[in-house]
Design a protein around this ligand. Structure first.
Ligand code: FA5
Length: 376
């Protein structure tokens, strides 16, 4: 409080008496302290700092004081109002902190609780890989063709120029559903699980008139043991083109286009002589190593695990359709020629995504499929 001023009568205005102002201040401070939550504090704030609060009204009275008394009264009211707004801010911060702490507890989520929602599924990477390859050919105008997995021996072998004593027909390579009926004068075909997608070549040629451009993704079966690089049930993609004037150059161009679409514009393929009964000439097709692009060859500093530093990866088999197959399917080999190729999707997935063990693809563990994304 200021020093007594003889020419000033503090009793001139009741509301500005020093003890009155102290009372107003103390009441405000007590109301703030008593407010138990932010709502009550808001009410106390309106009552003690609002336009009609005692201190605001007292402030207005200052104007009515004689000039010599204004400064002293103004100082007292100002100090009281300052103390009130400081106490209000402090209590506000206190109550907000309490509220935040309470909300954190009340709205806490236990992320370790067992989760009862069914996780969204996704297609297997083998399926999406197969579709991706098929799409390359669909965009070139090829048609998707299908054939049965339980297949007539005739389509799987005879129509494709496999001789009756070909080793692939043996029980150790092929799952037989039942063999040819013995003593059957019509020589009725046995029934097997198809060992490759090539029987769809014969089915497509019997179904359609050339020109024929088909791509066939599908599941095939062999009596191979399940190991890191083999499975008894796997997937192949078959391609067949039969038209007038097709040559090995068309085959090579198509293969290059496929690997460039799937692996990048600098990709290329190479052909190595091979033998398949249903193509002549036949070749093994390799593509430039997807990882080292051939740079690991003769370069121990850049050794490549994907291609064992050979620079090339084996993709599958291919060749010009054997005229005997065309004849067996009623197509004139004098007029038409064709090319075909087929390869394994599991092997492609292995080297494209560095999968070291093929068994991971068939065990159905989502920890394997999840990194491929939830593509549907
Ligand atoms: C064939 O199956 C021929 N039908 C391919 C063909 C089509 C040649 C058209 C000419 C014209 P092959 O037996 O090599 O060929 O098998 C092709 C691919 O299937 C192999 O390169 C390999 O990638 C895959 N494959 C073969 N056996 C298995 C297996 N047990 N597990 C996983 N993939 C396999």
């Amino acid at each position: 409080m200021s020093a007594p001023n003889k020419s000033y009568d503090p009793v001139e205005v009741e509301a500005l008496k020093p003890e009155e102002i102290e009372r107003m201040r103390d009441e405000a401070l007590a109301a703030f302290a008593a407010a138990g939550d932010l709502e009550q504090l808001q009410e106390a704030k309106v009552a003690h700092t609002g336009g009609t609060s005692p201190l605001a009204l007292a402030n207005r009275e200052i104007g009515a004081l004689p000039p010599h008394a204004k400064a002293d009264a103004g100082k007292r009211v100002g100090q009281a109002r300052g103390a009130v707004s400081k106490a209000l801010a402090a209590r506000q911060a206190e109550l907000e902190a309490e509220r935040d702490a309470r909300v954190l507890v009340e709205e806490a989520v236990d992320v370790t609780l067992p989760y009862d929602r069914v996780p969204a599924g996704a297609r297997h990477p083998l399926t999406t890989m197969m579709e991706r390859v098929a799409d390359v050919f669909v965009s070139m105008g090829y048609e998707i063709a299908e054939g049965p997995e339980v297949e007539a021996e005739w389509f799987n072998f005879d129509a494709l120029n496999f001789t009756p004593d070909h080793p692939a027909r043996q029980m150790q390579d092929t799952f037989f559903v039942h063999g040819a009926k013995s003593g059957d004068s019509d020589g009725e075909s046995g029934v097997i699980l198809r060992t490759h997608t090539s029987p769809v070549q014969a089915r497509a040629l019997l179904d359609r008139e050339p020109p024929v451009y088909i791509v066939c993704p599908g599941r095939v079966y062999r009596t191979d043991e399940l190991d890191a690089t083999h499975t008894p049930v796997f997937h192949q993609i078959e391609l067949l083109a039969v038209d007038e004037g097709l040559t090995m150059a068309d085959l090579k161009g198509t293969l290059d286009h496929m690997v460039q679409s799937l692996f990048g514009a600098d990709m290329k393929t190479r052909l190595r002589p091979n033998y398949f009964p249903f193509t002549e000439p036949s070749a093994e097709m390799d593509m430039l190593c997807y990882v080292c692009r051939g740079e690991s060859v003769g370069n121990p500093d850049k050794a490549c695990r994907t291609c064992s530093s050979e620079g090339w990866i084996e993709l599958g088999g291919c060749g010009m359709v054997n005229p005997r197959v065309l004849v067996a399917c009623g197509v004139d080999p004098e007029k038409y020629s064709g090319f075909a190729f087929g390869f394994g999707i599991e092997r492609m997935l292995m080297f494209r995504h560095n999968v070291e063990d093929m068994r991971d693809m068939v065990e159905g563990d989502v920890r394997f499929t999840r990194p491929f994304g939830m593509e549907i």
